[in-house]
Design a protein around this ligand. Structure first.
Ligand SMILES: Cc1ncc(COP(=O)(O)O)c(C=O)c1O
Length: 342
């Protein structure tokens, strides 16, 4: 029997588990654009409650929840401060410019993490009409391009306090916020108080097939619904997808640490390989490593592919692997033996 593919390109590659599929098949649904889908409402209320927010909006993707959050909190011609590796800058197709008409102040953080001082240093003087008006800080926790690094609550609070000192709004791209909580043990309710808007993804480590939530005040979410409509993100019987999200929140948060420990095992093996020059510290489920100049990423990725493993090119000489729900203990054993033979 052929073995299943060991696909470590991203934690978005998971398939719904039998339990999740069962929840989806038995979901009660209605037309959510008419506000009539009880399962979507249940998911939105559940997610909002986890973070102590008044309301939530279910959207097709984390890109959309980020873009709506940013649009909600800014006016065209203003500026957003974020790390240079932020997903909202790096991987959202320039949407910030076309959807919200903003300029971006990219901060040179460490592995996707910025400091309060860097916010302080990058706020434009509000009365200087030559410079865009700084209105928003966006943080990413965990940082994807930063290799899964995370902010603790204390760090996020320091950043949010500095933003507030300058009367800036604060958005959290929490696509993998539960991976951060799995390491820090921080409280979502306290985290919720720091941000105007929070984006949470269900389709990454939590294993749902589709969906993200934007969390905020009732007033903001009412406005967000109109923006989502304009972005073409209103969905009809989306309760089938929301049911997967509810299942993910109920069943897949507590297991995230398993993904983190598997990621550490992979890093341990990579550290023994002569082809590997450098591995970023593995803090959560993302492993980013650089090959030494004697090897090409093409050769390495082809070798993996020939051996039933997929990683992803992540920059010059750099490869990323991400552990997830569908990456089993047996796959870890097989992967280690493939890596050792390279
Ligand atoms: C940090 C971060 N934010 C947002 C997103 C966007 O999510 P989606 O692919 O659902 O648009 C991703 C996707 O990988 C991500 O890593």
């Amino acid at each position: 029997m052929t073995k299943p593919l060991i696909d470590l390109r991203s934690d978005t590659v998971t398939r719904p588990t039998p339990g999740m599929l069962n929840a989806m098949f038995s979901a009660k649904v209605g037309d959510d654009v008419f506000d009539e889908d009880p399962t979507v409402k249940e998911l939105e209320a559940k997610a909002a409650a986890i973070f102590g927010k008044e309301a939530a909006l279910f959207c097709p993707s984390g890109t959309m929840t980020n873009q709506i959050g940013v649009r909600l909190l800014t006016e065209p011609q203003q500026e957003v401060i974020c790390d240079k590796l932020s997903h909202i800058y790096y991987y959202e197709g320039g949407g910030i410019a076309s959807n919200s008409g903003l300029s971006m102040r990219l901060v040179d953080g460490v592995r996707g993490k910025i400091t309060p001082q860097q916010i302080d240093d990058n706020v434009n003087p509000p009365d200087n009409i030559h410079q865009p008006f700084t209105s928003l800080v966006s943080l990413e926790n965990t940082s994807n391009k930063g290799g899964g690094s995370y902010y603790t609550f204390a760090e996020m609070k320091g950043l949010a306090d500095m933003a507030r000192k300058h009367k800036l709004k604060v958005h959290l791209d929490g696509a993998r916020i539960f991976n951060a909580f799995a390491e820090t043990g921080d409280n979502p309710l306290e985290t919720g108080k720091l941000f105007d808007t929070i984006s949470v993804c269900l389709s990454k480590g939590l294993g749902a097939p589709v969906g993200s939530l934007l969390l905020s005040t009732k007033e903001n979410i009412t406005k967000a619904k109109r923006i989502r409509k304009g972005f073409g993100g209103g969905m009809r019987q989306s309760g089938y997808l929301a049911a997967a999200g509810i299942y993910a929140l109920d069943n897949h948060i507590s297991r995230l640490k398993e993904d983190h420990s598997k990621a550490k095992e992979i890093a341990k093996c990579l550290a023994t390989m002569s082809a590997v020059e450098e591995i970023l510290p593995v803090d959560t489920n993302i492993i980013v490593f650089r090959l030494n100049e004697k090897y090409t990423t093409e050769h390495f990725l082809n070798y993996l592919s020939e051996n039933n493993v997929k990683g992803i090119l992540f920059g010059k000489q750099t490869v990323r692997m991400v552990t997830h729900l569908d990456f089993t203990d047996d796959m870890l054993t097989d992967l280690i033996s493939v890596l050792k033979k390279y």
